[in-house]
Design a protein around this ligand. Structure first.
Ligand SMILES: Cc1cc2nc3c(=O)[nH]c(=O)nc-3n(C[C@H](O)[C@H](O)[C@H](O)COP(=O)(O)OP(=O)(O)OC[C@H]3O[C@@H](n4cnc5c(N)ncnc54)[C@H](O)[C@@H]3O)c2cc1C
Ligand SMILES: *[C@@H]1O[C@H](CO)[C@@H](O)[C@H](O)[C@H]1NC(C)=O
Ligand SMILES: *[C@@H]1O[C@H](CO)[C@@H](O)[C@H](O)[C@H]1NC(C)=O
Ligand SMILES: *[C@@H]1O[C@H](CO)[C@@H](O)[C@H](O)[C@H]1NC(C)=O
Ligand SMILES: *[C@@H]1O[C@H](CO)[C@@H](O)[C@H](O)[C@H]1NC(C)=O
Ligand SMILES: *[C@@H]1O[C@H](CO)[C@@H](O)[C@H](O)[C@H]1NC(C)=O
Ligand SMILES: *[C@@H]1O[C@H](CO)[C@@H](O)[C@H](O)[C@H]1NC(C)=O
Length: 544
């Protein structure tokens, strides 16, 4: 049901005739929420959780408690919003210990009209779990709801949505006491389970097992009416939507039940650096075919960045890979299909799968207890975007891309070039909302970072990023220009009319979800017709 449409002019798809096309990004209505509403929410929540006052409750934190600001930003991974004027902080932070505490937050929020934002790992690229563009809100931080129960016999696990991926990996290994049981969630260990599954979930094993959300078999959610529903009670439409379709639009997910996967007792990893002078453009051109067409057991990605100054300025490309298999097998696979990379036996490291998760998360150790450290290992001020080329990018084009990076001497822009193919090609595009399947060749992520700065400096970097995104357009998908939802980008579908910024959901909805956007909007209309679960990029309700 793809309809041709003009993104530039923000025209609505004809398939969605009665859609509200533009929604206010900067909510003018925010001033309508009064101090009375805040007090009403507080009293309602205290009553429902049997607390006599906010001072005696460990479940709600108000701005007059000294710890409020540190609780607020404890897990905000993108520090850009700490210095962005107009980034609104929460009215309260709620830290539920049980599902019924979450029910209380939803019931009171709905009754008083105060919105909630759910936070799992806090890694949202636009920090939408911790800030808003003016709309008053309460954070429901699920950090205490992170129990993980593995059923080794069934090959499944229930994981609390507030757990981090590192905690999940650690517990799978510790509870099964087997190095051959695993899960494909993400490369980064401090990402939250709630966000990663709610948006997809890409890991070093995606080519073998698909996205994290492809491996979910049940869930527990608090819906807008404050009920706790499992898969059977919520029905297949809602269960479909919360696997990659922005769970924040549909309720508060308490836990997901996942299907574990089998890996060999030994896997092999490597990481080597190459520079522009080592025929990088041809190397990357060749990599695309090798990485796309190789065995599903193989993962090989490239991270590139311009480094150095003057005559020393060059592109540094870090190639890193994993084979679900041993060193000899990996070496012969690489030497046969990709001799140009020049990987040697002593570049290859044999590990247990659980140790490989530390390798990709950037820890220079095999001490798996580090996976239990929930803190982000580095906070950064950043802006990111992602793209899906549908055919290989030529060596000539890579030359132009490197020149763009080399010329931008004031910018640190990393391009993460990831393989596609494998399992992604087998799963139908509408199986779950995550739509990036057959027809994509590789995945690109542009990650621009800079030191904490005032607004006007941030703006300069954001403008550079927009320019780079325009520059990349000829090499990537179009109509829609597909983007990974977990690389959230508030620029998409955003237009300024006068002094007011509007967000066109039919633009970003197609960027993120392609043909699945319409079904998401219909499910939204079924389960949350009044659009209580709202944020700057939540699915709008649509009923035909
Ligand atoms: C350093 C870094 C590394 C990353 N690495 C990877 C990677 O390897 N692979 C990959 O696929 N992605 C990766 N990401 C992107 C990541 O998947 C997304 O940012 C993801 O949304 C983060 O989830 P979170 O729970 O940590 O974030 P949060 O900010 O807590 O949540 C993200 C969004 O989901 C909503 N949400 C969270 N929990 C729930 C819930 N229980 N119910 C309803 N809504 C909820 C939030 O309200 C918010 O809108 C990375 C991000 C960062 C910052
Ligand atoms: C609050 O107390 C009531 C009555 O004792 C009880 O039914 C309810 O479960 C309690 N709620 C919570 C969240 O503890
Ligand atoms: C947390 O808050 C402090 C004080 O406002 C601020 O300096 C810091 O940058 C914030 N950190 C993040 C990650 O937002
Ligand atoms: C690759 O380059 C990075 C960044 O300069 C450096 O930290 C790392 O040690 C290098 N790795 C190897 C194997 O040389
Ligand atoms: C290039 O690097 C070399 C070796 O580190 C250094 O001596 C030289 O000054 C650098 N040149 C420039 C222009 O930075
Ligand atoms: C990231 O920011 C949080 C909140 O400011 C802080 O607790 C944490 O220590 C920071 N991490 C690093 C590595 O700076
Ligand atoms: C738009 O913003 C400018 C600068 O802040 C201000 O001078 C002008 O009055 C605003 N216009 C409207 C219509 O609000």
């Amino acid at each position: 049901m793809e309809t041709k449409r003009n993104e530039e002019e923000g025209m609505a798809s004809t398939a969605l005739p009665s859609f509200t096309i533009l929604s206010l990004l900067l909510l003018a209505a925010s001033s309508c929420i009064s101090a009375g509403t805040h007090e009403a929410f507080l009293q309602c929540f205290l009553k429902k959780t049997n607390s006599s006052s906010s001072a005696s409750s460990s479940l709600i934190h108000t701005p007059d408690t000294p710890s409020f600001y540190s609780i607020h930003n404890a897990t905000v991974r993108n520090s850009r919003f700490a210095s962005t004027s107009g980034a609104t902080k929460p009215t309260f932070v709620v830290t539920p210990k049980t599902g019924s505490d979450v029910q209380a937050a939803v019931t009171c929020g709905k009754a008083t009209g105060l919105h909630l934002r759910v936070r799992s790992g806090g890694h949202d690229y636009e920090a939408r779990s911790s800030y808003s563009n003016g709309d008053p809100f309460v954070i429901v931080d699920l950090a205490n709801l992170r129990s993980i129960t593995v059923d080794a016999a069934e090959g499944t696990a229930w994981v609390g949505a507030g757990a981090t991926v590192g905690e999940l990996y650690y517990n799978i290994n510790a509870q099964t006491k087997k190095d051959t049981v695993a899960f494909p969630a993400s490369l980064c260990a401090s990402v939250g389970v709630g966000g990663i599954i709610g948006g997809g979930g890409l890991s070093a094993m995606s080519r073998k097992f698909g996205a994290a959300a492809d491996n979910v078999v049940d869930a527990s959610i608090v819906d807008v009416n404050g009920r706790i529903l499992d898969r059977e009670l919520m029905g297949e439409d809602l269960f479909w939507a919360i696997r990659g379709g922005s769970s924040a639009s549909f309720g508060v997910v308490l836990a997901y039940k996942i299907r574990l996967v089998s890996v060999p007792p030994t896997v092999t990893v490597f990481r080597v650096n190459r520079t522009l002078e080592q025929d990088l453009s041809n190397l990357v051109e060749k990599w695309q075919k090798v990485s796309h067409d190789s065995s599903d057991d193989l993962f090989l990605r490239i991270l590139t960045i311009a480094v150095g100054a003057g005559a020393n300025r060059t592109i540094l490309a870090t190639f890193e890979g994993m084979l679900l298999g041993g060193r000899d097998e990996f070496l012969s696979a690489l030497q046969n299909s990709y001799p140009e990379l020049g990987v040697e036996a002593n570049d290859l490291i044999e590990l247990k799968w659980i140790e490989s998760t530390l390798f990709f998360a950037g820890y220079p150790t095999t001490d798996t207890s580090l996976l239990l450290d929930r803190r982000p290992y580095r906070n950064r001020t950043f802006k990111a975007k992602s793209d899906f080329p549908r055919e290989p990018i030529s060596a000539d084009a890579w030359d132009k891309i490197w020149k763009y990076l080399l010329d931008a001497v004031d910018e640190s822009l990393q391009i993460i070039i990831s393989p596609w193919g494998g399992k992604f090609e087998e799963i139908p595009e509408d199986a779950i909302p995550f739509p990036h399947r057959k027809g994509n060749f590789i995945n690109l992520q542009y990650f621009l970072f800079w030191p904490d700065s005032p607004d006007e400096v941030n703006q300069k970097h954001l403008d550079f990023m927009r320019g780079f995104y325009d520059f990349m357009a000829p090499y990537v998908s179009s109509n829609p220009r597909a983007t990974y939802f977990n690389v959230k980008d508030l620029d998409l579908g955003t237009n300024k009319i006068g002094n007011t910024t509007y967000s066109d959901a039919t633009v970003w909805g197609k960027n993120y979800f392609r043909g699945n956007f319409e079904r998401l909007a219909r499910v939204k209309a079924l389960v949350d017709p009044d659009n209580y679960f709202w944020n700057e990029q939540s699915i709008p309700p649509f009923s035909a």
